[in-house]
Write a protein that binds this ligand. Structure first.
Ligand SMILES: [Zn+2]
Length: 108
């Protein structure tokens, strides 16, 4: 016996399962079961990255609107991981707030 999830639309707990769908009798919402999976962010070497990590840029990265590139070897402290194509939010000295791709950095 598994516990039914609450309705994501109205938070009702009177939900039931019907042909692989969850159904909420209170608002009529139907939804598929979703396995909650936290996104995983990895650096160029496949190491797991977490918020607050320090990473090193592994190749020169051109920056739109900036005169120079972010140089290979630049250390970036206190990264914040976000969803999306550029999945690292960070601040880089001389550039300010930037978004990087995790595949172009390595941890440490
Ligand atoms: Zn509902």
């Amino acid at each position: 016996m598994t516990q039914m999830p609450h309705c994501p639309a109205c938070q009702s707990s009177y939900t039931y399962e019907d042909r692989g769908l969850y159904v909420c009798p209170e608002c009529g919402h139907e939804w598929e079961e979703q396995v909650e999976e936290a996104p995983v962010y990895k650096d160029a070497n496949g190491n797991l990255l977490v918020d607050g990590d320090t990473v090193t840029v592994i190749k020169d990265l051109k920056v739109k609107g900036a005169s120079g590139a972010i140089k290979q070897g630049t250390k970036v402290k206190n990264i914040k991981l976000v969803e999306g194509d550029h999945n690292i939010d960070c601040k880089i000295d001389g550039f300010g707030a930037m978004k990087l791709k995790s595949e172009f950095v390595k941890k440490g």
